[in-house]
Design a protein around this ligand. Structure first.
Ligand SMILES: Cc1ncc(COP(=O)(O)O)c(C=O)c1O
Length: 352
């Protein structure tokens, strides 16, 4: 792999408490090209910067694009840890298959990702709760206006030092349950991490933000009744003492944090139910006290307590509106494993 020199270094954020999500990028990026008949070629680490793209290229017209999101954590001893990175690249390949894009050699890109992070190691912030967010992306770059899978692709990895995903850190979020818009339908692309899913969600998010909510919770597209997931998180409920979450049926993202949390929940001796949960059950559960906690799970959002749900003209507060006991314990356990404060019996952590 060729490594090109960086001539101009970027300005950093001096005060890590000012880090926000996704605005600052490091000095280098990994890039690789694909051509039908030739396969992936020319892997390289180059200075971070704009691409030159033909205005006709397919990603700009038909959104043939996929991405991933994972993190690198700096531990108190200075070492760098990453969390289940293979799972991210395997999911990337599943997204690629759904979007008719070429798959990657997972071992090769894992090595490239680690090499890039080693070169950019001094960009990984130090404070607990901060991290280096990693964004692998693939775009279709054939300059052709016909609707068909591209013959050329660009794969790249960019890095961004980040603080908390939500502007108010880990305080409980207010969620609007959308009865107007849907995110994904059976047979659609909901399970793939592809840009179009997010573009399609913007209108609902924008309207929710204007009304003072932090996120939108999506209902299923068929009956408009069952909980699916939140903007960038899967969602779990502590209901009748069990952790209930939506099943993976192709319309939601198979979250890596979701997977990890469900394992931790089972190890804490609680039962997990992956089943359809209706919005009525949520409202009734809060009223009767059967629903004690709700939290979102995601790489960016970690474990994020939900304080309130609003559906049509009803707003319900979960528990006393603060972070619940289980949510707090799961947050501590997951981040403890990631930052090396507690043991990692599952082998989820890979050191860089
Ligand atoms: C739509 C959606 N659901 C769920 C998640 C959580 O997935 P993960 O835990 O793998 O980050 C994300 C975030 O990446 C997402 O964008």
């Amino acid at each position: 792999m060729e490594i090109f020199p960086v001539t101009e270094k970027k300005t950093r954020v001096e005060d890590e408490s000012e880090l926000v999500f996704g605005t600052l990028f490091t000095d280098r990026m990994f890039v690789m090209d694909y051509e039908a008949g030739r396969g992936w070629h020319s892997p390289r680490i180059v200075p971070y910067g704009p691409f030159s793209l033909d205005p006709a290229c397919s990603v700009l017209h038909y959104a043939q694009e996929i991405f991933e999101g994972l993190k690198v954590f700096r531990r108190p001893d200075g070492s760098l840890a990453t969390f289940r990175p293979r799972d991210n690249f395997e999911r990337f390949n599943r997204s690629a298959a759904r979007m008719c894009m070429p798959e990657l050699n997972v071992d090769f890109v894992l090595d490239a990702f680690k090499e890039l992070v080693r070169l950019e190691a001094d960009w990984v912030p130090h404070s607990f709760g901060t991290s280096l967010y990693v964004r692998p992306t693939m775009i279709a770059v054939d300059p052709y206006l016909g609707v068909r899978p591209s013959n050329k692709y660009l794969f790249y990895i960019i890095l961004s030092p980040v603080g908390p995903y939500y502007k108010n850190g880990f305080s409980p979020v207010k969620i609007l349950i959308s009865d107007e818009y849907v995110r994904s339908a059976p047979g659609g692309t909901g399970e793939a991490k592809t840009g179009g899913n997010y573009a399609a969600s913007l209108k609902a998010s924008m309207e929710a933000t204007e009304l003072g909510y932090d996120q939108v919770l999506w209902l299923d597209a068929v009956e408009r009744k069952y909980i699916e997931e939140v903007g960038s998180m899967n969602i779990c409920f502590l209901y009748d003492g069990k952790v209930v979450t939506s099943p993976l049926k192709g319309t939601i993202l198979d979250g890596i944090t979701r997977r990890s949390i469900l394992t931790l929940v089972r190890e804490m001796g609680l039962q997990v139910e992956e089943r359809a949960l209706s919005v009525d059950e949520i409202l009734e559960g809060v009223a009767s006290g059967r629903l004690k906690e709700a939290f979102g799970t995601g790489t960016a959002a970690v474990v994020s307590p939900v304080g309130q749900f609003t559906y049509r003209d009803r707003t319900v507060t979960i528990g006393d509106g603060n972070m619940g006991e289980l949510t707090g314990k799961l947050y501590e356990t997951l981040t403890g494993i990631q930052y090396g404060k507690i043991a990692d019996p599952h082998g989820w952590v890979e050191m860089i």
